[in-house]
Design a protein around this ligand. Structure first.
Ligand code: NDP
Length: 391
């Protein structure tokens, strides 16, 4: 029996890895919807090759180009936010949520309403709206499977285990592009330098977030929300080789580590075939050749994002939505040359300070609307903080 699948964010790094896996076994799938942001050429060529029902480009100015590229193919072209929601709402058995940023929240939310499986790469959904997203899935009988490599690793280590026996979850971090660079020079690094990752090949935004460890900060919050553990049970360790993705520590002292090559097709493939394991086109590790694995404690002066994550986990409520939006705006500011690399954390901290004092993040009621409102307000506040910080 074929499975109906959709890929939200099909033109990105995760989307393309997902398509790579689908293409290897194309007869097993009916592709329902593919969506992209602006990359019409990639979207159209994949939609035609996979015979998708619909291809959606979120940027409305690209609709004519998409229509032209799909002419005669039978694939329906659409654009804009409501078309994206409609595509996410089409009945499917398995939907990949791989739009980058808070923009992925609403389409993933709509996808859950079908009560099927959401493979969640978009970590921002859990960071901004974790409690209501998990409840929304439960209300609709839907399943969320983690695709972030660390969370897939924890999920796999927990198969057959009781979460009550978990003492701690250790999330590994490569340390990013500037792991060994003198801290005093970090505010002067260029966007190009921050956009290169020592181990993983990913989209530009998550690569820069890896250098600053804002990506790890998102993952710590994601861990709390997805697995329902306490902030004090979640640790980070720098592991330059990126071969152990996460470890789970149990109450008998055992540590279960998930070891594998840095290739997202493993975590995507695990979510695609779950609960089965299938052959995947990822490299097999030669441990004798690797020789040794290294670990070190994270340096909090180098990675101020980690302390901000701890604050978000303690404060809860809408703090995660404000944190993520401020982080996205600060990242835009860095990419656009408004602020330096280390200023990103200052902007996020200033935004949280201002919003916690005036906008009652902690005790506010969390709904999809209040999350989206907080997101909008935090971007404005972060913009103000950028003006105060800018160089
Ligand atoms: P990319 O930047 O490579 O791709 C992002 C995708 O989202 C593209 O399809 C892009 O379209 C689309 N997009 C961008 N903005 C919008 C928007 N406003 N509305 C609708 N679609 C939009 O990101 P990644 O694939 O690297 O990451 C995707 C998600 O997965 C992120 O949340 C990331 O944190 C997470 N993740 C990524 C990993 C990785 O290895 N890359 C690992 C673990 C998690 P287009 O390109 O056409 O403009």
């Amino acid at each position: 029996m074929t499975r109906r699948i959709s890929i939200l964010g099909a033109t990105g790094s995760i989307g393309q890895s997902t398509i790579d896996l689908i293409r290897r076994d194309a007869d097993a799938y009916d592709v329902v919807a593919l969506t992209g942001g602006r990359n019409v050429a990639q979207l159209a060529s994949d939609a035609i090759a996979l015979r998708a029902e619909v291809a959606v480009v979120s940027d409305e100015s690209q609709l004519d180009a998409l229509r032209d590229a799909l002419a005669g193919s039978g694939v329906v072209a659409a654009s804009g936010a409501s078309a994206l929601q409609e595509a996410a709402s089409r009945p499917a058995d398995w939907i990949m949520s791989a739009i980058v940023g808070a923009a992925g929240l609403a389409p993933g939310w709509a996808a859950l309403e079908q009560g099927s499986t959401l493979a969640l790469a978009n970590k921002e959904s859990l960071v901004t709206a974790g409690p209501i997203l998990m409840q929304h899935a439960a209300d609709h009988g839907a399943r969320i499977l983690p695709v972030d490599s660390e969370h897939s690793a924890v999920f796999q280590a927990l198969v057959g285990e009781d979460i009550a026996a978990v003492e701690r979850i250790i999330i590994t971090a490569s340390g990013g592009a500037f792991r060994d660079r003198p801290i005093a020079t970090l505010n002067n690094v260029t966007v190009a330098q921050a956009s290169s990752h020592p181990n993983w090949d990913m989209g530009q935004r998550i690569t820069i977030d890896s250098a600053s460890m804002f990506n790890k900060a998102l993952e710590l919050i994601e861990t709390k929300e997805f697995f329902g553990v306490l902030p004090g049970q979640i640790e980070t360790i720098v592991h330059p080789e990126s071969l152990i993705h996460a470890l789970v520590g149990f109450n008998d002292g055992a540590l279960m580590a998930h070891v594998g090559p840095p290739d997202m097709r493993h975590a995507i493939g695990y979510a695609l075939h779950w609960p089965d394991r299938r052959d995947l086109p990822v490299a097999r590790l030669d441990l004798a050749q690797i020789g040794q694995l290294n670990f070190r404690a994270p340096d909090h002066a180098r990675y101020p994002a980690l302390a901000l994550a701890a604050r978000v986990m303690e404060e809860g409520g809408l703090t995660g939505a404000a944190f993520n939006a401020a982080k996205e705006r600060a990242l835009d500011g860095f990419i656009g040359g408004e602020i330096g690399f280390m200023d990103m954390a200052r902007v996020v901290a200033a935004t949280l300070d201002k919003m916690s004092a005036h906008d009652g993040l902690q005790n506010a009621t969390m709904t999809l609307d209040t999350v989206l409102d907080t997101d909008r307000l935090a971007r404005v506040r972060a913009g103000e903080a950028i003006k105060m910080t800018g160089h």
